[in-house]
Design a protein around this ligand. Sequence first.
Ligand code: PGA
Length: 275
Amino acid sequence: MTTSFAVTIHERFFVAGNWKMFKSPIEAMQYFEGDTLLDLPLDTVDVVLFVPDVYIYLLRRLAWQKGILLGAQDCSSEMEGPYTGEISPVMLRALGCDFVLAGHSERRRLFGETDDLIAQKTRAILGAGMTPVVCVGETAEERQAGQTFSTVERQLHAVLQVLNYDETNRILVAYEPVWAIGTGLNCSREDAEKVIYHLKELLYRLRYATEHFRTLYGGSVTRENVKEYAASNLIDGVLVGGASLHPKMFVDISVISRDARVALLSRTKRYPMEW
Ligand code: PGA
């Protein structure tokens, strides 16, 4: 496959954990105890944990001591106002939050979030000085109907419509097929690469920007399969749900990613790859 844009292989791999709505406050703090997290390969891997909002302030020092950045799993599209129950991106930022997920499939599916709302949230997250991780992905039905590309394209397009060139360079995109989330059925590296390539190409067509653009894969990532993704020159990181709840598993995923990445980089320096 050849194309008119060069694929940038990011030297730093991105390993993110999504705790979803799990852990008591005590369990959340215990996660950072002991020496386990000291083995995170922070020289080559960026590590972020998306924790429940109410733990951000509680965990920020513990996370900082271990070189981990904190993210939120959702936020309001508004900065302030009469929106009972909502949490503003400005509030999250003030508590020590650096990243926010926008449009995770559980938000789209269970809480009816639309492409437009997710686009507004992405803008608000950037406006508050944080990095949005925009999640896209098709359902099993859409996949069977051959609509994988059109679905992710629609989802990303909605977000790009409200962002200018500089803002586009500041987002991360996570390709998370809905059928792979929490099912143990991870998407093959080849299929994930096809979709991610499509997303990068879309971005290039619309914005001529790909250099800073990082794309993650998420959906049943484990220490058994993460090597596949980290060894890909198109996949810039992973978003890990269930397996991020155990510090040892999360560290193992990060270490295996680092090793696969280092091997990829030394190979591509010798034999440059073309897409
Ligand atoms: P999973 O979740 O790794 O448990 O499949 C991924 C996610 O929801 O981001």
